[in-house]
Design a protein around this ligand. Structure first.
Ligand code: ADP
Ligand code: MG
Length: 342
């Protein structure tokens, strides 16, 4: 099968104003502006097959939203080629819009002051959805997303979770084969998140919808995306199975210590009494966290070393969650290059 989304050596550069501080600097900038170039997406290549569900993850500012904007045709690449359903999104924005649904977590595509049902109708008109098809899609989305009670409410009166459900319907009312979700679950409570995941899973599995998801919520990724592409500073640092990441880095363990006092510790000094592969932080005045490689030390050994150095009130030992593995990858505490054959 041919890929439905393809990015080949894609870069996106932004111009940034370079201003000197102060009034004179601002004035000089007005007279003769100086710009520097900033590469937000740097030689990125990947392909996505129809029906895949792919997570696109990375720290803030990594270039995730910029990539999504290149795929939706909002932005034009500075170099390289993007194709979505065999067309170039930027040069064919309208045609591309028919093939994609987009949800940006903190924005809505619903008209603020009119009932949801009218927004959905207007979107149906904008996309020229044939009446029969509109009716069928509308009925299905209303049922699966349980929109019945919300349809006559203006978007401004909806809670964040209700609005997310309506936004999902709005993004899919024209039956696109692709759905981009950019940080869709920010601010949603646990039950709304669960519902959101269930819906996306259903559309992917039962309707063959191709999904590309950026999210900080590792739970979203774990549940929805077998494949993960990780981007950092505009470059792809990993593209493969999500499970492989936890398998490869799952040796990490954490000891959480609650101190019996809340003195400021000398963390560097404390670390010097522990094995080299252990890292120490004091996230709160009364607690210390030690992350270590369970292939090299047992938790018993780490606890013993800590007990000699600290007044301990309580201790907990945790296996590493996927969440902290990924956070460590972001923060550079783990690197794929180092462990490539781990
Ligand atoms: N329109 C723009 N003009 C200048 N810089 C931008 C623009 N859009 C994004 N950037 C910069 O590009 C980088 C990547 O941004 P973005 O793709 O939004 O990151 P992410 O979604 O991964 O948090 C950031 O440093 C951001 O400040
Ligand atoms: Mg973003």
């Amino acid at each position: 099968m041919a890929p439905i989304i393809s990015a080949s050596h894609v870069s996106k550069k932004f111009k940034r104003a370079k201003k000197n501080p102060g009034f004179t600097g601002a004035l000089k900038h007005l007279v003769k502006p100086v710009f520097t170039e900033f590469t937000a997406v740097d030689d990125v290549s990947f392909t996505i097959e129809p029906g895949e569900s792919v997570a696109y993850v990375g720290p803030n500012g990594a270039g995730k939203s910029t990539t999504v904007k290149l795929l939706t045709g909002i932005l034009v690449p500075s170099a390289g080629e993007v194709t979505v359903c065999d067309i170039h999104p930027f040069e064919n924005r309208q045609e591309n819009a028919r093939n994609i649904g987009v949800v940006f977590g903190q924005r809505t595509q619903l008209w603020w002051d009119i009932p949801v049902v009218e927004s959905l109708r207007m979107l149906g008109d904008i996309y020229d959805v044939p009446t029969d098809q509109f009716k069928a899609t509308f009925a299905e989305l209303t049922e699966v997303l349980d929109l019945g009670p919300l349809l006559n409410v203006p978007a401004r009166q909806l809670s964040l979770g209700q609005r997310m459900r309506c936004d999902l319907a709005a993004s899919l009312i024209h039956n696109p084969p692709i759905l981009y979700l950019d940080e869709p679950t920010i601010g949603l409570d646990v039950s709304v998140k669960a519902r959101f995941r269930e819906f996306v899973k259903y559309m992917n599995a039962e309707r063959g919808l191709t999904v590309m998801l950026t999210s900080h919520d590792i739970g979203d990724i774990q549940e929805l995306c077998p494949r993960m592409i990780m981007i950092d500073k505009g470059k792809i640092i990993y593209d493969g199975a999500f499970a492989e990441v936890t398998r490869r880095f799952g040796w990490e363990q954490k000891v959480l210590v609650t101190l019996s006092g809340d003195e400021q510790l000398n963390v560097a000094h404390l670390a010097s009494g522990l094995p080299d592969h252990a890292s120490v932080t004091q996230p709160l005045p009364e607690s210390v966290e030690v992350i270590f490689d369970s292939r090299l030390s047992t938790s018993g050994e780490i606890v013993r070393d800590l007990a000699m150095a600290l007044p301990i009130a309580d201790i907990r030992i945790e296996e590493t969650s996927a969440e902290s593995i990924i956070r460590n990858l972001y923060e550079g505490a783990l690197s794929f290059e180092e462990r490539i054959d781990g």
